[in-house]
Design a protein around this ligand. Structure first.
Ligand SMILES: *[C@@H]1O[C@H](CO)[C@@H](O)[C@H](O)[C@H]1NC(C)=O
Ligand SMILES: *[C@@H]1O[C@H](CO)[C@@H](O)[C@H](O)[C@H]1NC(C)=O
Ligand SMILES: *[C@@H]1O[C@H](CO)[C@@H](O)[C@H](O)[C@H]1NC(C)=O
Ligand SMILES: *[C@@H]1O[C@H](CO)[C@@H](O)[C@H](O)[C@H]1NC(C)=O
Ligand SMILES: *[C@@H]1O[C@H](CO)[C@@H](O)[C@H](O)[C@H]1NC(C)=O
Ligand SMILES: *[C@@H]1O[C@H](CO)[C@@H](O)[C@H](O)[C@H]1NC(C)=O
Ligand SMILES: *[C@@H]1O[C@H](CO)[C@@H](O)[C@H](O)[C@H]1NC(C)=O
Ligand SMILES: *[C@@H]1O[C@H](CO)[C@@H](O)[C@H](O)[C@H]1NC(C)=O
Length: 378
């Protein structure tokens, strides 16, 4: 299926990893570009009437009872129980599972679409709970902008025991759906370079009966990381560390030893993050011919990807995974221009803050006050 990629010869947007500020956010006029949309009607979470804060792709925190097992099958990553126009020919006796019939439907969508249109199913997952999430609850945002305190460390945060359980829940769900519905598992895996995602992907897919032609060999993608800002939990470890601790993973070409994007005192704007997400998607859609892709990423970055994909805003709880059926269309001409705002400067405490404020801000030990926090959750 490697041929099933868009023939995109020019990247639709250019995101330089070196250089500072606005200079790194150039968009070039192009001969063609990819336009993304999410296809509604297949998953409950793309329906506006589904409440994201109560949506349960698989009850993440409950104990493993028989009933729990049943509810996992029922929630089914949000796949709606329904018949498709392609069912009649594929499943005349009504014996195939919902996921098998869905896979046939996607296969037919690709078969019957013009050559400039492809459909892919993206499983977008957020990492399980990390130590930085626990610290954010404790200190408030952004007062936890330190590497840690005397009892916990969260620069490039690792998963807590709860976070590992959440990833194991995803693993259990995959196993259940492989066994009960012959679900098509991801054919390519992409993972953020931050440790909590590298760990989450490992636990989520460890030991599953995956097809030999599509083993779990994720590629580490720099641009799949969390929003780049002042929080050290969002700075990554060096390449030597990643290779040593995740030896089965592949590293994308050009990945640098050290983190060149994290700068402590500047934050990526939403528009800059969306340009980064679009650049990542263009890279993957124009080079990867597979149809089922897994992304292990962060809440802010998942939100940015959903926005670029034209999916409704949908906030993922720690450890949650949602599938998104994406239609990608290569169009000629230049894309509609968008305004990309440069990174902004941020005030940071250089020492552990003395106290957090109810507004989300904090008081630094130097005496200066950061009045409000960013309302971002990682
Ligand atoms: C969204 O969900 C509502 C309530 O279940 C349903 O009436 C509606 O048809 C759905 N819309 C789409 C586009 O599936
Ligand atoms: C879903 O809600 C968003 C935001 O309220 C709105 O812009 C969009 O048109 C809605 N989509 C549908 C299919 O109703
Ligand atoms: C979604 O659910 C949350 C939690 O139950 C509730 O507070 C919120 O009002 C709901 N939102 C909508 C739009 O119904
Ligand atoms: C979907 O179908 C399955 C199998 O027929 C059934 O067990 C499950 O309860 C259904 N789920 C919903 C939400 O209707
Ligand atoms: C360090 O921060 C954690 C929050 O992650 C908190 O539970 C712990 O009590 C803090 N330790 C000290 C000594 O303040
Ligand atoms: C599972 O689905 C694949 C197609 O995705 C098919 O080739 C295979 O025969 C199915 N396996 C079983 C046991 O039905
Ligand atoms: C996950 O990590 C463990 C411990 O490093 C390792 O033994 C295992 O092979 C890894 N699994 C995958 C699927 O990467
Ligand atoms: C990489 O980071 C680790 C700590 O995570 C450190 O021990 C090691 O010296 C670093 N390696 C290089 C080449 O900087």
């Amino acid at each position: 299926m490697r041929s099933n990629s868009l023939a995109l010869f020019v990247a639709a947007s250019v995101y330089h990893l070196s250089g500072v500020g606005a200079a790194q956010l150039k968009q070039k006029p192009l001969a063609e570009y990819i336009s993304y949309s999410s296809v509604p009607g297949y998953f409950v979470q793309d329906n506006n009437s589904t409440n994201a804060s109560t949506f349960d792709f698989v009850r993440p925190h409950s104990v493993k009872t028989f009933l729990h097992y049943q509810s996992r099958v029922a929630t089914n990553f949000g796949l709606i129980n329904q018949t498709y126009p392609t069912d009649g020919q594929f499943d005349p006796k009504g014996e195939k599972s919902q996921w098998e019939r869905f896979a046939n439907q996607v296969f037919r969508l690709n078969l019957e679409s013009p050559s400039n249109i492809i459909y892919k199913l993206l499983f977008i997952g957020r990492h399980g709970e990390g130590f930085h999430n626990a610290a954010e609850s404790y200190f408030g945002t952004p007062a936890w902008n330190l590497d840690g305190n005397s009892t916990a460390y969260w620069a490039d945060a690792h998963l807590t025991a709860n976070g590992i359980d959440q990833a194991q829940t995803v693993n259990d769900l995959w196993r259940t759906l492989i066994d009960s519905q012959n679900i098509t598992t991801p054919q390519s895996y992409y993972v953020s370079p931050l440790t909590r995602c590298l760990q989450t992907a490992n636990v989520s897919f460890n030991g599953l009966p995956l097809p030999a032609e599509h083993p779990f060999v994720p590629e580490v993608k720099e641009l799949l990381r969390e929003g780049i800002d002042i929080h050290t939990c969002d700075s990554r470890s060096n390449l030597t560390y990643i290779k040593a601790n995740f030896p089965g993973y592949t590293i994308e070409p050009g990945f640098t030893e050290y983190d060149l994007l994290f700068r402590q005192s500047t934050s990526e704007t939403t528009t800059a993050q969306n340009l980064r997400s679009k650049t990542l998607l263009d890279d993957i859609f124009s080079t990867d011919g597979e149809t089922y892709l897994s992304f292990t990423t962060h809440s802010g970055e998942a939100g940015s990807l959903l926005s670029v994909l034209g999916h409704r805003s949908f906030s993922l709880s720690t450890g949650a995974v949602i599938p998104v059926l994406v239609k990608a269309e290569t169009l000629s001409g230049s894309p509609p221009t968008t305004t990309v705002l440069p990174y902004t400067s941020q005030v940071v405490c250089n020492q552990p803050p003395v106290t957090s404020l109810a507004t989300g801000g904090c008081v630094c030990s130097s005496g200066s006050t950061i009045p409000t926090g960013e309302a971002k959750r990682r």
